[in-house]
Design a protein around this ligand. Structure first.
Ligand code: SAM
Length: 240
């Protein structure tokens, strides 16, 4: 059973972000990428019992550690870890189907990745999340980036604007940015999957002919965008 002091330090701050953002009135499914020791997934499973967590890792020692935590805590809402390489195409991510996840966690991972892998993670999260699902990333900011760059010149957390754009390209909107300071400054970003609105917007732009129609339909989309979080369906919204 491995122990990461960093995970012990940041797990409560990250839990608070999840508590603020997750629906508590239904069963959810969460995937963690690069679970490491397993401390986060275990902590979140204890505190958020309505979420079934799927840890994943590339390393066999991490798998052993996660399994030991599951056995020791007897948690029933953490599945056995699966092999998942974030560099693989998302369709090979442990066979998880499209739109199967309510949450994807990516903690302390992005800043150890080259940009192409970060692009792959955003692509995968965009495909695996359900509409309204949440991608949470946590990584160290530029202050500590020099040492990372020294370890591997390809690594480093991109600017928030670059991550916002990656989110947008994969139908996810940057929702929240929380700064967490433990000597260094870390940022926790959350992205909301809005694939349906994304596609609807495009479709409406193509289908509408007059400026007034376009204005009206864009107004509906903007209103629907705000209503999505209140879980109204489009038809419900149009008739209210
Ligand atoms: C810095 S650790 C973070 C672990 C954990 N998320 C935490 O915050 O404590 C990065 C983890 O990513 C895993 N990892 C590295 N390359 C990976 C890859 N290509 N696919 C999946 N996981 C990978 C490593 O095995 C390691 O456990």
């Amino acid at each position: 059973m491995l122990l990461s002091p960093a995970a012990e330090r940041n797990k409560d701050a990250l839990l608070q972000v999840l508590k603020d953002l997750l629906d508590t009135d239904r069963e959810l499914f969460g995937l963690e990428l690069g679970s490491g020791t397993g401390q986060h997934v275990i902590h979140f499973a204890q505190e958020l019992p309505f979420v079934t967590w799927q840890p994943s890792e590339i390393s066999s020692s991490a798998h052993e550690s996660i399994c030991s935590y599951i056995t020791a805590t007897k948690l029933t809402n953490v599945l056995q870890p699966v092999y998942l390489n974030i560099e693989d195409h998302w369709e090979n991510w442990a066979g998880l189907p499209k739109s199967s996840c309510d949450v994807v966690l990516c903690i302390n991972l992005l800043h150890f990745c080259p940009f192409r892998t970060i692009q792959n993670i955003f692509k995968g999260a965009g495909e695996l999340l359900k509409i309204g699902g949440l991608l949470l990333t946590y990584g160290v900011s530029h202050n500590a980036e020099k040492s990372l760059h020294f370890r591997n010149p390809e690594w480093g957390l991109p600017d928030t604007d670059v991550l916002r754009q990656l989110g947008y390209e994969n139908a996810m909107r940057l929702e929240r940015m929380v700064r967490i300071v433990f000597k260094k400054c870390f940022s926790c970003l959350t992205f909301l999957c809005n694939r349906f609105v994304h596609l609807t917007e495009l479709k409406l732009k193509v289908c509408t002919s007059t400026a007034s129609e376009l204005f009206h339909l864009q107004f509906i989309v903007v209103m629907y965008r705000t209503k999505i979080r209140e879980k109204l369906s489009l038809s419900e919204y149009l008739w209210t």
